[in-house]
Structure formats: structure tokens, C-alpha cells
Design a binder for this molecule. Structure first.
Ligand code: AMP
Length: 221
């Protein structure tokens, strides 16, 4: 079985939910650049201050920022048996950077040890999903008011905290994030295919069905 999983797909395609499940199942960390960047913003770090302006506009944060965040994270001891990347790489430039960072860190090799899993889904379905997304600021659980609502409206099922809407989950920013995705991230499909490490997943299905398909892909390799 491969050790590093790269979850690839448009914003709101369900990568986060499936990554968390897989991370639990394999007992490896879920490395999510969006969350790492938001944590830096919250902590008002130097990297967070740079990242904020880009995130608020739905644009990609500059390479040196995201690269520093990722390198720091995958060097940590809990990544030595593997990890799941969610939201990185997001451009061909970042994929080249990942290759470089992985060889510098030295634990795994992109071509030999990684599998990229592409979440295939229509953009309009996704824009509706994003607008209806809510998350728990305390435990990180993600809900969708339509497809996966909390038992009590607006409150987390797990820790009863009031759910929040991410600042960039409004329609205008969501559309901008899609444009950014099409331009910058979509070319990674061909990049990983050429490298021979791409697998596709139909992401317009119920969460449990996607999970079953994902396990087949991961454990078949
Ligand atoms: P996400 O939580 O993955 O949807 O990311 C939210 C925002 O964080 C994105 O719209 C970008 O502004 C920024 N971001 C997350 N990951 C990256 C990345 N790999 N490269 C550049 N910007 C990123």
C-alpha cells in the first residue's frame, strides 16, 4: 500500500470529509493546507499575515508561504509512517515543490510512495455545497445543511459548539475559488496521470459510497 495520499479536486468536493476518515483508518495525519494557513492567521504569525489577504480574495497564497507550512508539517514525527495531503499541491508549480520537499525530508518519494486521488464532480453542484457548508470551530467536524445536516440546526453533534460559516464560503468568493481551481489546480490531473500515480473517484455520490470506493482504491494499491 502507498504511504502518501494526495487528495485532488475542486473546493467542496468532499475531500476534507474523506481525508479525515482515511486518516483515522490508517492512523496517519490529515495535512490540510487551508486549516494550517487559517491557524497561522489566527495566531497572527508572519506567514499568516501574508496569507490572509490572498485567502479572503479566494486566491492562492504565494508558494514560499505554503511551502514553508507544508515542509514544517511533514517533517514532524507523526508523518514518518505516511500522511494525507488535502489542498496541496494546488498547481503544477506546487507539485514540483512537493517533489523537492519530499526528497529533502527524505522519508518518501513522490513517484514511488504517493497516490493522487481525483474527486470528480460537476462545478455547479459544488457551488451549492460550498454555500451550505458549516463547520465546528472547536472539533473541526464539517456539515452540510442539505446533504449532511447537524441533528440540531447550527450546533455540532459532537461537542455542541455553535457552527460557523467559513469567511470564504460565500457565493462570490466560491466562484472565484473555482476560477482559481480551473486555472491553477485542474492541470494537476494530467501531471499526476503522466507520473502514473493518479486514481479517479466519482464524488457526486453519498458520503458512505464514496468512502467504500476510496477504500477499494487505497487498499488495492
Ligand atoms: P481550503 O480550506 O483548502 O479550501 O483553502 C482555503 C484557502 O486557503 C484557498 O482558497 C487559498 O487561498 C488558501 N490555500 C489553501 N491551500 C493552498 C495551497 N496549497 N496553495 C495556495 N493557497 C492555498
Amino acid at each position: 500500500m502507498k504511504k502518501v495520499f494526495i487528495f485532488l479536486g475542486p473546493p467542496g468536493s468532499g475531500k476534507g470529509t474523506q481525508t479525515s476518515r482515511l486518516a483515522d483508518k490508517l492512523s496517519v495525519p490529515h495535512v490540510d493546507t487551508g486549516s494550517l494557513l487559517r491557524k497561522n492567521i489566527q495566531d497572527e504569525t508572519e506567514l499568516g499575515i501574508i496569507a490572509k489577504g490572498f485567502i479572503d480574495k479566494g486566491q492562492l497564497v504565494p508558494l514560499h508561504v505554503v511551502s514553508a507550512v507544508i515542509k514544517d508539517r511533514i517533517q514532524k514525527d507523526d508523518c514518518k509512517d505516511g500522511y494525507i495531503l488535502d489542498g496541496f499541491p494546488r498547481s503544477v508549480e506546487q507539485a514540483d515543490e512537493l517533489k523537492k520537499i519530499m526528497s529533502e525530508v527524505g522519508t518518501f518519494d513522490l513517484k514511488e510512495d504517493a497516490l493522487a486521488i481525483y474527486f470528480d464532480i460537476d462545478n455547479e453542484v459544488l457551488i451549492q455545497r460550498l454555500i451550505n457548508r458549516r463547520s465546528c470551530p472547536k472539533c473541526g467536524t464539517i456539515y452540510n445543511l442539505i446533504s449532511n445536516p447537524p441533528k440540531i440546526m447550527d450546533y455540532c453533534d459532537i461537542c455542541d459548539t455553535k457552527l460557523t460559516i467559513r469567511k470564504d464560503d460565500n457565493e462570490e468568493t466560491a466562484r472565484l475559488r473555482f476560477e482559481t481551481y480551473e486555472k491553477e489546480t485542474a492541470p494537476l490531473y494530467d501531471y499526476f496521470k503522466q507520473l502514473g500515480i493518479l486514481k479517479e473517484l466519482d464524488a457526486d455520490k453519498p458520503i458512505t459510497e464514496i468512502w467504500e470506493n476510496l477504500k477499494e482504491i487505497v487498499f488495492d494499491e
